[in-house]
Write a protein that binds this ligand. Structure first.
Ligand code: ATP
Ligand code: MG
Length: 216
């Protein structure tokens, strides 16, 4: 079967990383070669960009500079990781992708960047390439944030640049992801993430198997 590109999106602590790992494990058990990756920071160089983007003062970049850094990371990630893997018919699972840029940089900050600028950058960097499927894990920001902050207590480098923003930002973010899903209902599947890990995993497996049963 041809490779697929599946992305996991949603606010802080909704369970993206947890669910991506579980789906990767499931796919490998089905004999599918699966690559797990993430944005920002899916490449060695991207790790340096990630450091810049997720730590430190929340206002350290001008909006355009920030978005360009995300898109530099994205281009590197696509050319070095995502596209080569898809060429080899591997499945690629990414913990965040372009919907996060749109949700954070456009909706989260109350549209402080021009929407068309984001679309133009996407086109330059990725052309018409899009994920085959995107899971949007939807959760009350307060619940996700509680999970995220608990997790950060155990981390050496605390990636809290976005967690430190006002709750209003996180509510905007949530609405942004839901708006994206409304606009692209075929690509995006919204799931309630305020449920236990195994139930959510089962729902994700069901969506994936239903979508690609015809190819098997
Ligand atoms: N369904 C769930 N119910 C309760 N706790 C969960 C659930 N899913 C994940 N968690 C826990 O919540 C924390 C955040 O989960 P995870 O890291 O998967 O989320 P994330 O969306 O990747 O977060 P971030 O945006 O911070 O990267 C982890 O400690 C994880 O074990
Ligand atoms: Mg994560």
């Amino acid at each position: 079967m041809a490779g697929k590109f599946i992305t996991f999106e949603g606010g802080e602590g909704c369970g993206k990383s947890t669910q991506m790992q579980l789906l990767a494990r499931y796919l490998r058990r089905q004999g599918i070669n699966t690559v797990e990756t993430k944005e920002p920071g899916g490449t060695q160089e991207g790790q340096i960009l990630r450091q810049l983007l997720v730590t430190g003062d929340k206002d350290k970049f001008d909006p355009i500079a920030e978005v360009l850094l995300y898109y530099a990371d994205r281009r590197n990630h696509l050319t070095k990781v995502v596209w080569p893997a898809l060429q080899e018919n591997q499945w690629v699972l990414s913990d965040r992708y372009a919907d996060s840029t749109e949700a954070y940089q456009y909706y989260g900050y109350d549209r402080r960047i021009n929407y068309q600028t984001l679309q133009d950058l996407y086109q330059i960097v990725a052309g018409d390439f899009k994920p085959d499927l995107t899971f949007i894990l939807d959760i009350e920001p307060e619940v996700g944030m509680r999970r995220s902050l608990q997790k950060a207590e155990g981390m050496k480098v605390k990636e809290l640049r976005f967690e430190s923003r006002q709750m209003e930002f996180h509510h905007n973010l949530r609405r942004g992801f839901l708006e994206i899903a409304r606009r692209e209902p075929n690509r995006c599947v919204v799931l309630n993430a305020d449920t236990n890990i195994d139930d959510l995993h089962q729902q994700i497996v069901e969506v994936v198997t239903k979508r690609w049963k015809a190819d098997e």
